[in-house]
Design a protein around this ligand. Structure first.
Ligand SMILES: Nc1ncnc2c1ncn2[C@@H]1O[C@H](COP(=O)(O)OP(=O)(O)O)[C@@H](O)[C@H]1O
Ligand SMILES: [Mg+2]
Length: 249
């Protein structure tokens, strides 16, 4: 069997606020295999975002270990960690996090600015991933000229442009209506079918049903894990649902 993409052992995270200690994670051990589609679930405050920040190397644990594709993340220098993060992980956030006064095409190229990729190649790759997420006709638009769903597609294209091994998405459909959320889940499922490991955070079972592996958090602990042989198919659902009627503004 191949190495896990993610392996954590007894991961803890404490936040210190004055005399108060918040134990956001209290010993989390998970394994995520290459090609899995994982939904991290749980109520608000259960530690999901804290976990994602650790998995993404955006924050460091209080104790415990984290191996990313066999690399002990705690052994990396700040520079090495930044490089590893940039090469191996694509991030997607609830609020898209796009640069406002910048076109979709430029937003998507941003992660490549830190790599030695030549300018022409940067452009080509950005155009390709934007086309892959269905935005070939919108590349010159700024975020304010795009719908929420289109902005999230730009963010997904930006996450893909470095060809990462892993996509981490924290509540990626949280700011979107149901059908648009379904469209975003169809994109993630398509990426996952082409071999990408995808980890999303969601508190909605409606969103988690598209994942093949669910991990439920409660009070900083994993309280349930399930592997689902046949998760729901977002693209198939979209195809059978009648198209949304235009709602008057
Ligand atoms: N930067 C921080 N400083 C202090 N406490 C935090 C911080 N981030 C999160 N917490 C606390 O840690 C717990 C878990 O939060 P979080 O990981 O954001 O949960 P979730 O994403 O599941 O809503 C909560 O009690 C939250 O208030
Ligand atoms: Mg959160």
């Amino acid at each position: 069997m191949s190495d896990p993409v993610i392996k954590t052992t007894d991961l803890t995270k404490e936040y210190h606020l004055g005399d108060n200690v918040v134990r956001a994670l209290r010993g989390v051990s998970i394994d995520i295999a290459p090609g899995e589609f994982v939904a991290i679930m749980g109520q608000s405050g259960s530690g999901k975002s804290t976990m994602m920040n650790l998995l993404g190397g955006l924050d460091t644990p209080t104790s415990g270990s984290y191996f990313l594709e066999g690399i002990d993340v705690s052994s990396l220098s700040a520079d090495e960690l930044a490089q590893t993060r940039n090469r191996k992980i694509g991030f997607v956030f609830q609020s898209f996090n796009l640069l406002a006064r910048t076109s979709a095409l430029e937003n998507v190229q941003l992660p490549l600015l830190y790599s030695p990729t030549p300018k022409a190649e940067r452009l080509k790759r950005a155009e390709q991933v934007l086309t892959d997420v269905g935005l070939a006709e919108r590349m010159d638009h700024h975020p304010s000229q795009l719908s929420g769903g289109q902005q999230q597609r730009v963010a997904i294209a930006r996450a893909l442009v470095n060809r990462p091994a892993l996509i981490l998405a924290d509540e990626p459909t949280g700011a979107l209506d149901t059908r648009t959320g379904l469209e975003i889940m169809a994109i993630f499922q398509g990426l996952n079918r082409s071999g990408m490991t995808v980890v999303i955070v969601t508190h909605e079972p409606e969103v988690a049903r598209f994942a093949g592996h669910t991990i439920r958090f409660q009070d900083g602990l994993v309280v349930d894990q399930q592997r689902i042989a046949e998760p729901a198919d977002a693209a198939a659902l979209l195809a059978t649902e009648p198209a949304r009627k235009e709602v008057a503004a």
